[in-house]
Write a protein that binds this ligand. Structure first.
Ligand SMILES: Nc1nc2c(ncn2[C@@H]2O[C@H](COP(=O)(O)OP(=O)(O)O)[C@@H](O)[C@H]2O)c(=O)[nH]1
Ligand SMILES: Nc1ncnc2c1ncn2[C@@H]1O[C@H](COP(=O)(O)OP(=O)(O)O)[C@@H](O)[C@H]1O
Length: 201
């Protein structure tokens, strides 16, 4: 896989669970006037109601996921929240996007993002999204209604650790208003595009 295609860029949008990553990324894809493409991750967790294979995730069995690890198919993969669920970024998703000039968005957890930043490849644009305060994070996780009490406690513990890695990212986005977060991210990406164009000419 090329580390960087002539036009495509890798964009990492990360942050604690409940920060609003999915909400903001969904809006960004439909509203930001750039050739964005979401990288669909693989996971062993069960689909939630309404989630589609190949659209939200590639839902794999444990065996299929382990086969793909052995096949070297992941750019990064992690067991998230110690609950036995695996998540991973597929190399082919990233390669296909970058090779066709897309700005490939990885919406991934902090562990996965740091694993990619540590590889020092792809010159990614990295953004850390959070809601401003830990109280607000907990409120959002609770209001979303997808987590058990135990899972909320575990995600909040993880979130406290994840906040310590904020300095590893290029941009901090405080997701107080979704509109504002989407327009700030879109502007950052457009500015980066302009820089890329200037550095080539
Ligand atoms: N490392 C890594 N994390 C991922 C990947 N895909 C999703 N995640 C993260 O895994 C966590 C759990 O995702 P999910 O089960 O969809 O729950 P939710 O995002 O909290 O609603 C989130 O923090 C996701 O951002 C991936 O490919 N790699
Ligand atoms: N700016 C915001 N203000 C209030 N609630 C938000 C905001 N952004 C997202 N949410 C809500 O917070 C919850 C968590 O958002 P979600 O996008 O699922 O987070 P993540 O993908 O980071 O886990 C969802 O119920 C979502 O509707």
């Amino acid at each position: 896989m090329n580390n960087r295609s002539p036009a495509g860029r890798l964009v990492i949008i990360s942050g604690p669970s409940g920060a609003g990553k999915s909400t903001v990324v969904r809006r960004l894809l439909s509203e930001c006037d750039l050739p964005l493409q979401l990288s669909i991750s693989a996971t062993t967790r069960a689909p939630r109601p309404g989630e589609q294979h190949g659209e939200d995730y590639f839902f794999l069995s444990d065996g299929e996921f382990q086969d793909r690890i052995r096949g070297g198919d992941f750019l990064e993969h992690k067991e998230v929240f110690g609950c036995g669920h695996w998540y991973g970024t597929l190399k082919e998703q990233v390669a296909t996007g970058l090779n066709t000039g897309k700005w490939v968005i990885l919406e991934i957890d902090v562990q996965g993002a740091l694993a990619i930043l540590d590889q020092q490849a792809f010159s990614p644009i990295s953004l850390f999204l959070h809601p401003g305060t830990m109280d607000e994070l907990e409120r959002r996780l609770r209001d979303r209604g997808t987590e058990s009490e135990e899972a909320i406690t575990s995600r909040m513990e993880t979130a406290h650790r994840e906040m310590q890695s904020l300095h590893r990212y290029q941009y901090e986005i405080i997701n107080e208003s979704v509109d504002r977060a989407v327009s700030d991210i879109c502007q950052i990406l457009k500015d980066q595009k302009e820089k890329q164009r200037c550095s080539k000419s």
